[in-house]
Design a protein around this ligand. Structure first.
Ligand SMILES: [Zn+2]
Length: 307
């Protein structure tokens, strides 16, 4: 009799063990890979759970995006979403190529304001001739019937979560003050213990403080960085910036220091050349001095002169 009970118990334990293994097999592990764009030293993040792929941001040019498309094709998994974090062209120009290569993938944003920023920026770029090299990204209109249908192709997500097909959730946040852009999305993954700050943080790449980033934005930017620092200070979170290498929470202080160095430099310089020299001396190895820094210095020295 006793033996019979023992056998039943053993069979039961075995059944539970099998169920657990099955659960583990079904539970896909979320991974992230960085794809570094050549232009603007901008990062694309590729989330992969072994079943499907989500891309965060779409690179500065169609050429860079074609390389990203090959990278994704080699994974042999469906790309379900292309998430654009904000309305700056280094984060969305490549979306057309990706959408063409992966027609099943949805281009998504975390709020209508981000879609509006993208449309606004593209209309402006077209008006000043900046889209001549990327004609597919010209807004679709009677004049450009083959242009990009921003209204129809960009979908606004209904919740602040993006769950990958096969498991793993990305938490999206857009409730921030205007900063490097008017509206920005950050992405947090509990599985990865990682915060993808988009352009709230840069690492080893000069920050964009050019057109559109006036004093109100600078103050908002600093304020949000301080809030993020407080929110994640007692964690082991990995920070993945919009531009440059991943880092620890200390990257937030580095960005705060950069912004205050930039403000001091503008205040104490009497020419653009002087401001450029000072910033290059303070940040000798940071990338994109002749593009990002140059535009930032020109913009703020002009604001100062016209005060
Ligand atoms: Zn950027």
């Amino acid at each position: 009799m006793k033996l019979k009970y023992l056998l039943i118990l053993a069979a039961f334990i075995n059944l539970i063990a099998c169920k657990e293994t099955e659960a583990k097999l079904n539970q896909s592990k979320l991974e992230v890979e960085v794809f570094k764009g050549k232009e603007a030293s901008v990062n694309r993040y590729v989330f992969n759970n072994g079943k499907s792929i989500v891309i965060m941001d779409a690179l500065r040019s169609s050429e860079n995006a074609s390389e990203l498309a090959k990278f994704v094709e080699n994974k042999k998994l469906p790309l379900t979403h292309i998430l654009v974090t904000h309305g700056h062209p280094d984060h969305y120009i490549g979306m057309d190529i990706l959408a063409q290569k992966f027609p099943e993938a949805k281009i998504v944003v975390a709020g209508k304001e981000i879609k509006d920023d993208i449309i606004g920026f593209s209309n402006w770029m077209e008006s000043v001739g900046w889209l001549e090299g990327e004609p597919n990204l010209k807004p679709k209109s009677d004049k450009n019937p083959n242009g990009f249908d921003y209204e129809g192709k960009i979908q606004v997500l209904e919740t602040n979560q993006l769950t990958l097909k096969g498991g793993g959730t990305l938490e999206l946040e857009i409730n921030y003050s205007a900063a490097e852009a008017e509206h920005l999305t950050s992405v947090y993954s509990k599985d990865l213990e990682a915060l993808f700050t988009s352009d709230f943080c840069y690492n080893g790449v000069h920050l964009w403080l050019g057109q559109g980033v006036d004093q109100k934005n600078i103050d908002g930017w600093k304020n949000e960085l301080n809030k993020l620092k407080a929110a994640y200070s007692n964690t082991n979170v990995t920070i993945y910036p919009g531009h440059g290498e991943k880092s620890t929470i200390d990257l937030i202080d580095i960005n705060l220091k950069y912004i205050s160095d930039f403000e001091n430099t503008i205040k104490t310089s009497s020419s653009k050349e002087e401001a450029m020299d000072k910033m290059k001396k303070l940040y000798p190895n940071w990338e994109q001095a002749e593009f990002l820094l140059l535009n930032s210095v020109n913009y703020h020295m002009n604001l100062k002169e016209n005060k």
